[in-house]
Design a protein around this ligand. Sequence first.
Ligand code: NAD
Length: 517
Amino acid sequence: MSLAEELDAVDAGTAGTVDRHSTTETFESTAPASGAVVGVFPVHDAAAVEETVARARTAAEQWAALGWDGRKQRLSAYRGYLARRMHELADLVHRENGKPHADAILEITLAVDHLAWAGGHARKSLGPRKVPTGLLAANHTAYLEYQPLGVVGVIGPWNYPVFTPMGSIAYALAAGNAVVFKPSEYTPAVGAWLAAAWRAAVPDVPDAFQLVTGFGETGAALCRAHVGKIAFTGSAATGKKVMATCAETLTPVLMELGGKDAMIVDDDADVVAAADAAVWGSMSNGGQTCIGIERVYATEAVYDRFVTEVTNQVRNLRPGSDGEATYGPMTMPSQIDIVNRHVADATAAGARVVTGGTDADAYPAEGYVAPTVLLDVPENSSAVQEETFGPTITITRVRDAEEALARTNATTYGLAGSVFSKSKERGLDLARRMKSGMTSVNSVLTFASVPALPFGGVGDSGFGRIHGEDGLKEFTRAKAITRQNYALPVNLMSFSRPASAADALARVMGMVHGKHR
Ligand code: NAD
C-alpha cells in the first residue's frame, strides 16, 4: 500500500492514531477542485503538542549524537525516498492543494535539491573551526561552532505544501535539530505524507521529524511548547500573532511572510522574455505564490509592446483541474473574495481590465479565478499595496527604471522581485537597490532554486533566512570556546598582575591603534 493510500484509509475513527495521539476532535481536508474528502486528521490540543515535543526532545539527542555523517546519510535516505515517490506525492499535492501535477513535480524537485544541499553543507557551514585570537589572547586558541537548538517548531502554509516547509525542515534537521511540523489546515495530508515518509526512510530516529495537525490553536500550542525556535511561514497578520504568543516563553522566531513583489522592465529589456516571465510569475500556481509577481512597472519605451505580449499570453491560459490546465482552483475559498475586492477596488478607481476580471462571463467555474490583467491602477489602491494572492497582474507605465524602482520600493512588503535589463551593470544595480530579500535579473523566482542562496524578506515580509548557509545558521546558536595553551608571564585578568601592567598595556595600545585618526 502506498503512503497516500494508507493516508486515504484514515477516517474519523482512526484519525487519532495517525500520529499516535488520542483525540476526539477531527477535521477534514478537502480537494479544492471537487470538494472530495482527501483525509481526516486530528485537531491536536496543547497536551498532544507537548507530548509530541517531549518525544522530539529525546529524538533530538539521538539525532545530534549521530554526528554530521550519520545525519547526512539519513537525510540522503529521506531525499532518496521522496525522489523515488515523486509522482505519488505530486498526486496528493494535486488533489489537496489543487495545483497541476507537473507543477507539484517541480515543487518536490526543489525540495529534494534543498535537502541534498542542506545535508551536504551542514558540517562545513556549522562545524567547529578555529578563529584568530587577536593580540590580547595570543596564548589561547579560539573555537567557533554552531550548535543545534534542540527542537524546532515549523508552522507552514498551504500554497507550496512541500517546498515551503521543507525550506525550514531540511535546514533545521541538517543543523542537528528535531522538528515538529504543523502544516496548514488546508494541506494536512501532504504534511502527514512527509512525516510518514521520514518514519519509513529513517526508521532508527523516527521521532526526529513529527507532525501535529489542526488549526491556529494547534500552532499556538506549538509556540507555547518551549521549543528552541518557531519557523513560521504564512501571512503577516498571523505572523504578528505568532510573535506575540512566542513572546510569552521568549521563544525566538523566524518570520517568512507575504509579499507584493514587482517586476521592473527597463528600456533595453527583452520584452518577449519579460512578458513570458511576468505571466509565469503572476499566474502559475493560480497566483498563490509568496514570491509571485503581482505588479509590473514597464518604461515608456517598452510598455505598449509588453502589454500586448502579456495580454496575448494570458488569453491562452486555462484554469482547471485536468491534465492540460495551466493552473488550478484557489486552494483557500476565502481568498477569492480578497482577489475580487482588489479587482473591484481597482476598477472603481479607474483601472482598465484588459482580460479576466470579476464579470460573470470571465469566470471559468466555481472556485477558480480568471487570469486577469489590470492597467492604470492607482498606486494607492489595494491591488497595488496589499497582497492579492491570485492570478492577477497590474502593469503600470513609468518614465524610466528609476521611477519603477521608487514605486517598487513604496509598499510595506519586501520579499522578492525581478528586473529585466540587457545591461548587466544596470540590472544588478537595480536589483541591489530593490527593497527585498531576493531579486532575479532577467528571470523570475530563480533565487528559490539556488540552494546556496538565502531566502527571506524585509519589512512586512518578515525576517530571518531559510536556505543556504544563513538558513543552516538560522537553526543554531553560535558557541564560542577559548582554550589557554600556555600561561603568559603576566596575566592581565588576575589580581596578581603587577601595578605596571596597565601602563604597559596602554603604551602597546597607543603604538598599535593610536596612529589612526
Ligand atoms: P496563514 O497565516 O493563514 O497560516 C499559516 C499557518 O499558521 C497555518 O498553518 C495556520 O494554521 C497557522 N496559524 C494560524 N493562526 C495561528 C496562530 N494564532 N498561532 C500559530 N499558528 C497559527 O497563511 P496561509 O494562508 O496558510 O499562507 C499564505 C500566506 O503565506 C501568504 O501571505 C503568503 O505570502 C505567505 N507565504 C510566505 C512564504 C515566504 O517564504 N515568505 C512562503 C509561502 C507563503
